[in-house]
Write a new protein. Structure first.
Length: 355
């Protein structure tokens, strides 16, 4: 893992740094990166952020992102501090709260086009790295729709002469006790119904795991307490099995839980990327979007389940308000079988598997 912070103190996942050791931030050239999206989006950008850090070791690297991502950003080992900015959904923030002289470099890792180019251009950076978007912006490589998110941003930097490896995605979980070491983590939520597998099916998986003697934690993001407790109740689990709900769990606690879990069962959402980042085996359920765009890297530690009609990369609406039909084709038995095929200690012995 490249450039990882110490486990505790400034620069650690538990303590976001305001500036890096050595030269004071005010004396250093600044590199600003726009990626004002969710946790999964941030984690897929880790290889690009690491590449920028290596290419600009003397710069202060500032990430424009929601304030809630500050701990996760510092955990990458690449970001010095976060400039808080957000917008509804996946929209682009209208402005960046910037002070001081123009940045030396600005990088658009948010999107493609004027909406994300303009806030960075208003900072008057000496150099702006972004995808081409004729006729407004002609410099930069062409955008490709059918490309994994990690590969997309590494290709952008490579075009500008900055080597970037999409496999450089691991982060270190905080060295703090997990609230449930060795548990199987089930995350039934997602920010759109199209990517939420039915609660009854998550509960059936949980019930089978409980019957086999495994410890289970149901995680919930902000506003997902009702869903998580419903899954726990149906699975025969106590309310204490639920982590989070009214607000997102603190990143350090969530990362410790996932990093010390036996396995993670999750849809196409941020917690799936956290499992990949900390190296915890996972079973990830896909529906409207192909795993080749947002899935875990190839290998035995992660099982991506998907039942498409054809080879379309985006056959459904990732932000739709009903579960995608391809997601609904995934059965409880299929998920349980995938758990039994995880490697080594992650492989789960099961009894009473459902259908």
């Amino acid at each position: 893992m490249t450039g990882r912070p110490a486990a505790d103190g400034p620069g650690s996942p538990d303590h976001p740094a305001s500036e890096s050791p050595g030269r004071r931030a005010a004396d250093r050239p600044r590199l600003v990166v726009l990626r004002a999206l969710g946790l999964g989006d941030l984690l897929t950008a880790v290889p690009a952020l690491r590449a920028l850090r290596r290419a600009h070791p003397g710069h202060e690297l500032l990430l424009v992102a929601p304030a809630r991502q500050a701990h996760a950003a510092v955990a990458t080992g690449a970001v010095d501090r976060v400039i808080p900015a957000s917008a509804p959904g996946r929209a682009v923030p209208g402005r960046i709260d910037w002070s001081g002289p123009p940045p030396d470099v600005a990088v658009d890792l948010h999107g493609n086009g004027p909406a994300s180019h303009r806030p960075l251009s208003r900072l008057r950076p000496a150099r702006l790295l972004a995808y081409a978007h004729p006729p407004e912006r002609t410099a930069g490589p062409p955008w490709r729709e059918d490309e994994h998110e990690r590969d997309r941003w590494c290709r952008l930097l490579s075009w500008y002469g900055i080597p970037a490896d999409p496999r450089d995605l691991r982060i270190r979980a905080p060295e703090r006790p997990s609230p449930a070491p060795g548990a199987v983590v089930i995350h039934p939520g997602a920010d759109a119904a199209a990517r939420r597998w039915p609660a009854a099916r998550f509960a059936a998986v949980g019930a089978a795991l409980r019957a086999a003697g495994h410890r289970i934690v149901i995680t919930a993001g902000a506003g997902e307490a009702g869903l998580a407790h419903d899954v726990a109740r149906r699975a025969g689990l106590p309310g204490s099995a639920v982590l989070g709900g009214d607000t997102d769990p603190p990143f350090a606690e969530l990362a410790a839980l996932v990093g010390q879990a036996r396995a993670v069962i999750v849809g196409d959402t941020g917690l799936a990327h956290l499992a990949t980042a900390v190296g915890t085996p996972s079973v990830v359920l896909f529906g409207p979007v192909a795993p080749r765009l947002w899935g875990p890297p190839p290998g035995p530690s992660h099982r991506a389940l998907w039942h498409p009609d054809d080879d379309a990369a985006r056959p459904g609406d990732a932000h739709g308000n009903i579960p995608d039909e391809r997601l609904l084709r995934i059965t409880v038995s299929e998920v349980l079988e995938a758990l039994t095929r995880l490697p080594g200690p992650a492989r789960l012995a099961l009894t009473g598997a459902g259908g």
